[in-house]
Design a protein around this ligand. Structure first.
Ligand code: 3H9
Length: 713
């Protein structure tokens, strides 16, 4: 086994190299190895100074996140962090100058190690940061105390609450890094360390004094940050704990601040919020692993693309390609539709520009990558075509028959269908191995999820190319099976069914939306429908009715169809579930008409309307999601429960701190979820049936995540 920590002398400098692939995470053995190597260097007569450097692509990406799972109680965490804090103090107490040489990333514990060195040098592309908050914890190895001393409290608060890394030049300007090394990092760091040794210069970050006016400024920054987090981080624990730790340190000094940090870290690390966020960290990386698609499956290069259909979705998909620098043909049947599509694209970019996120030159350069066309000219040059025409089987099949003829045999043919059978398109194309679904979520240029729908004959290399492409388009690609609605919309049908029925039973649109946004969704089911368009769902329902199907078993509320018949399609028509100031406006007010329609629907179904408690709304909706998710999983349409969680977090903004619908069900406890399903069956009817997997797991005393107990905190 290769050594985790290597020790060598170069030009009278001890070079300690951390070699723990892939990201030099700080496992317990790495912590101990660093400690021992620094002690060895201090005792080594051949060494005048010490350089700490990382092997591979990065310095240190932080503590080993998996290790947090062994911290079952707050006390476990307090004990372990005591040792870590003492170790970092020993580093700072090194008698010989100790220099961190940073390339790639110094994140979390990696940055905390670097700050416990006397000096930091970095390659110009390096990044430093404290992303712990994204895992529901706070920097737990002195970061909340040392970073304010180096960078000032305001920047430290920003870095520790948004978790975003800072590039080396900015870090240098802010005082986190002492020198940027242009050439070879190792030799630059050795030269730097020698110079410090010659002057016998060391500097302990913990001893940097914070002047009274900086303390005052820092405390003001804490108050401001708390006020801002009250709006942006509602319901979360870790961002507020960061502010508490920084504030306590400013008021009471480094030593007491460090103790407070350890206590707050311990509270956070055992919280459900942190367990959920850590689960998502790994789920997001797992998702790219398809059991029967080996890592070395060949992937094609996407150099040119085409999109058929310049409506809202097609335009957004073309923008994704252009944003990634990939030239894209955008085809419509007539010039007028094409002009409308291009005008929307331009408007979208101009909105981004008005927010200062793009320059006028960047807008023009990006739009120039989109070539509008009404013909198939040039389709023989592209590596992928995405079909985004109306959700109509015949139209889509005809489109696949055409693109099957005008493209090269190795061209990938993707459909943006949100529900229809990919295998039918595959047959129509004449090249089934090249066909799959690329289901984007609205707005397609914004939402991070890409459902990659595997057809019966989809070639493995088409899947692996799609996963690689998703990354390039800045999306999270999740491979799902070809069932009706795939994973996202199949489950959404149950979510919406419950939302509609709760309305008929007596809850209001506003109450249901409020319960879901309080839970953490960016928008409730009705607000979401008004954005997506009530007409979209209605057309799909009507199509299904025509073929004798429905999206979810159970009673279908008539209220959404009544709105559709009235031409109330949502924001775009100025009225839907809410009333809006004008078509396209987002300013909404409630509309008594909805209550009236719900009353009428309830009367027809013989339902006596009643006050519905907030708890029941959340329980019904999340139970419906988990129960259908269990079916999806059991039937093999999702590879792992974590894939479903990722679909919901990135496709619908399901709150990250709940870990996704499946993880959330585990935290509620599967026995409780199952008993709710049974209770609803008794109360509402046989359309509520426990998913077989849910029953099996409860019988076995397990959760969706086998390591997780059936009830987490
Ligand atoms: C912390 O430091 C707390 C402290 O305050 C101290 C408390 C005492 N641990 O993302 P990638 C794995 S909390 C374990 O695909 P990239 C990852 O799962 C930590 N494993 O690569 C994947 O495994 P696999 C604070 C980790 O190039 C592989 O490495 N730090 C860790 O796209 C490659 O990862 C963070 O939150 C880890 N810390 O991105 C940083 N990091 O191949 C977390 C990665 O089996 N890491 N892995 O799927 C990252 O943000 C990205 O991994 C990074 C590289 C930007 C570094």
């Amino acid at each position: 086994m290769p050594e985790l920590i290597r020790y060598a002398i170069s030009d009278r400098v001890a070079v300690i190299t951390i070699d723990n692939p892939p990201v030099n995470a700080l496992s317990p053995a790495v912590w101990t190895g660093i400690d021992e190597a620094i002690a060895r260097a201090n005792a080594d007569p051949q060494a005048d100074a010490i350089v700490l450097i990382g092997a591979g692509s990065t310095f240190i990406a932080g503590a080993d996140i998996k290790v947090f799972d062994v911290l079952k109680t707050r006390d476990d965490s307090m004990k372990r962090s005591d040792g870590t804090h003492a170790l970092l103090r020993r580093m700072e107490d090194s008698a010989k100058p100790l220099v961190a040489a940073i390339h790639g990333n110094a994140l979390g514990g990696g940055m905390e190690v670097a700050m416990s060195c006397h000096f930091r040098v970095a390659g110009k592309d390096a990044k430093v940061g404290q992303p712990e908050v994204l895992l529901g914890i706070i920097p737990g190895a002195g970061g909340t105390q040392r970073l304010p001393r180096l960078a000032g409290a305001e920047l430290a608060l920003t870095m520790c609450t948004d978790g975003k890394p800072v590039a080396a030049p900015k870090a240098r300007a802010a005082g986190m890094i002492d020198e940027i090394i242009e050439g070879d990092l190792s030799s630059g760091a050795i030269a730097f360390a020698k110079a410090k040794a010659a002057k016998k210069e060391t500097r302990k970050t913990r001893d940097i004094a914070v002047p009274a006016d900086a303390v005052k400024g820092g405390l003001d920054a804490c108050a401001k940050m708390r006020a801002s987090l009250a709006k942006t981080a509602r319901g979360m624990r870790a961002p507020f704990a960061v502010v508490d730790a920084v504030e306590f340190g400013l008021q009471n000094g480094f030593d007491k601040g460090s103790v407070r940090e350890r206590e707050l870290f311990a509270d956070c690390v055992v919280s459900t919020e942190s367990k959920a966020l850590r689960h998502l960290f790994f789920a997001e990386r797992e998702v790219a692993k398809i059991p029967d698609v080996p890592k070395d499956t060949p992937t094609g290069d996407i150099r040119r693309a085409a999109v058929v259909g310049a409506g809202t979705m097609g335009g957004g998909i073309a923008m994704n390609y252009a944003n990634a620098g990939i030239p894209v043909l955008l085809k419509e049947i007539d010039q007028a539709a094409l002009d409308r599509g291009m005008a929307t694209i331009r408007k979208n970019y101009e909105v981004t520009m008005s927010k200062g996120k793009l320059t006028p030159e960047q807008v023009e350069k990006t739009i120039a990558l989109i070539t509008p066309t009404t013909s198939y000219d040039g389709f023989d040059q592209v590596d992928i075509v995405t079909e985004a025409v109306f959700e109509n089987m015949d139209l889509k099949k005809a489109t696949f028959a055409e693109i099957g003829k005008v493209t090269r045999p190795d061209c990938i043919l993707a459909s943006n269908s949100s529900t229809l059978d990919i295998d039918e398109f595959a047959r129509a194309s004449g090249r089934p191995a090249q066909v799959l679904g690329h289901h984007y979520f609205s707005p397609a240029n914004v939402m991070k999820l890409l459902e990659i729908v595997r057809g019966r004959d989809t070639d493995k290399s088409v899947l692996s190319t799609s996963l690689k492409l998703a990354k390039r388009l800045n999306k999270v690609g999740v491979v799902v099976g070809n069932c009706f609605g795939f994973v996202a919309n199949r489950m959404l049908a149950y979510y919406m069914r419950e939302a509609y029925l709760l309305l008929e039973e007596g809850a209001s649109v506003e109450q249901i939306d409020r319960v879901l946004t309080t839970f953490g969704l960016p928008v409730g089911p009705y607000g979401m429908q008004d954005i997506a368009g009530i007409d979209v769902g209605a057309r799909i329902r009507h199509y299904l009715k025509s073929i004798g199907k429905s999206r979810a078993e159970g009673p279908q509320s008539e209220v959404p169809d009544r709105l559709y018949e009235m031409g109330r399609y949502g924001q775009k028509t100025g009225a839907g579930w809410y009333k809006y100031d004008a078509p396209g406006s987002r300013n909404r007010t409630s509309d008594p008409l909805i209550e009236q329609l719900a009353e009428e629907a309830a009367t027809k179904r013989g339902i006596k309307r009643r006050p519905v408690a907030d708890d029941e709304i959340l329980a019904r909706i999340t139970t419906a999601l988990a129960n259908e998710g269990a079916r999806v999983l059991d039937e093999g349409f999702a590879t792992r429960a974590g894939d479903i969680d990722i679909v919901y977090v990135y496709g619908f903004g399901f709150p990250r701190q709940s870990g996704g619908p499946m993880f959330y069900a585990d935290t509620v406890g599967l026995p409780t979820v199952l008993s709710r399903v049974k209770e609803y069956r008794d109360r509402f009817g046989d359309y509520w049936q426990p998913a077989p997997l849910l029953e099996r797991l409860v019988k076995e005393g397990r959760g969706f995540y086998s390591e997780a107990p059936a009830t987490v905190g």
